[in-house]
Design a protein around this ligand. Structure first.
Ligand code: SIN
Ligand code: FE2
Length: 210
């Protein structure tokens, strides 16, 4: 490895807004271990289509894991047909999420859930705020694996201008503190193939919901 490719492989630390930190490549060193942990979660708690609050099926596929307290808070009693399995969060992933939070200025982070989104070509995620967590002093830690996407990070109003951020395999973005309630979303995905994840992008978000 020459100096330049070594530098290119170093994780970065970019403050996009106060409290919103992008660390490119931070997950790369443990990519195989992390993806194996994701596959393990999905074997127990299979992916299903997310639903909008108004009951429409979304194109993104989702799963979750975490603590029983978080499950009780998140589980949707209006939709009892989905009898969900809720495995615990794999230790390797939690340890990494804590490291990410510390590096971005949130040493008090104590996540109780990991939400998984799986995107493929044309999948998008509309602009929204993460407002269903109990303690909004806790940040969101987001880890991207597989295909790249354009992540939109906006302001505190749905219609505010957004920054377009390329999120690639191994990138981590954390938003909390003064950025906790920023609107965000994902542009429609381009098709592609990734050596580890095939035609998909997986995004893991660690949060404290209970
Ligand atoms: C989310 O907002 O829940 C996930 C964002 C992402 O997939 O990067
Ligand atoms: Fe979100």
């Amino acid at each position: 490895m020459n100096l330049f490719s070594q530098l290119a492989a170093e994780p970065t630390h970019e403050e996009i807004f106060p409290g919103a930190v992008l660390m490119r490549g931070l997950a790369l060193a443990q990519e195989a271990e992390f993806f194996a942990a994701v596959e393990h979660i999905l074997a127990v708690a299979p992916l299903h289509h997310a639903m909008t609050p108004s009951g429409l099926l979304m194109s993104v596929m989702v799963s979750d894991c975490g603590t029983p307290e978080a499950f009780r808070r998140r589980w949707d009693p209006q939709n009892p047909s989905v009898r969900r399995m809720w495995p615990p969060m794999p230790r390797v992933l939690v340890d990494f999420a804590l490291r990410c939070a510390v590096r971005s200025g949130f040493p008090q982070f104590c996540p109780d859930t990991c939400h998984i989104n799986r995107y493929q070509a044309a999948t998008k995620l509309g602009i929204h705020q993460d407002r269903h967590e109990f303690d909004l002093h806790q940040p969101i830690v987001s880890i991207s694996l597989g295909l790249e996407c354009i992540f939109l990070l906006g302001g505190f109003q749905r219609t505010d201008k957004t920054k377009r951020i390329l999120l690639e395999h191994g990138d981590v973005i954390v938003w909390g503190g003064p950025s906790r309630m920023r609107f965000h979303g994902v542009q429609p995905m381009k098709p592609g193939h990734h050596p580890l994840t095939g035609p998909y992008r997986y995004n893991l978000t660690f949060r404290k919901v209970a």
